[in-house]
Design a protein. Sequence first.
Length: 194
Amino acid sequence: MNYFEKYKEAKICLYCMISQFYNSNLSLEKAKEMNYSNSPMFSYRNYVEVCFHNFESNALLAWDYLNFNKEYYSHEEIWEKRQNVKYEEKKDSIDYEEKYLKMSILLIDMIKENYGYSVTLTEANALNIPFDDDDELDNEVSACYHLFETAGEITWNFFEIEEPIVGKSIFDKKRELLTKKLLEKSNIKKKKLK
């Protein structure tokens, strides 16, 4: 697996998730102070929409993984960062496998948080939604649905999931595998240090 390319894909997915789910409004006055007032796509009468982590744990991790050094980013800044990923050059000093694993786990947590969905067992069977017994409780199926949003679709694509609605266990199993790989990698590093 080319971990540098997978890392770049994960990074693009994170930018999309941030734009989709971590929005906040700044007053026009505050936006002018921060040079965000020239943001025509996301400017409204008395405020400007920006991306802000709001001190939520998943968002804070995303800010950390993407090396963000400001609290607020305009959507244009996020878009520009997303576009620049394709020009990123590989560096030998960076462990891209580890970065890919961490970002992938975070993306799964964001999916479960933001794309959680529930359908009846009858609907799930009628729609041929892939799920397993762990997803079903009291004739309800716990699922994730990308809602045909860009962030959802691009992340489903990243995880090679074709169906728009899948049982949560599909992502749980992927997370378990990624966590196992990251733990193994961590244990190998510790042994090398000894």
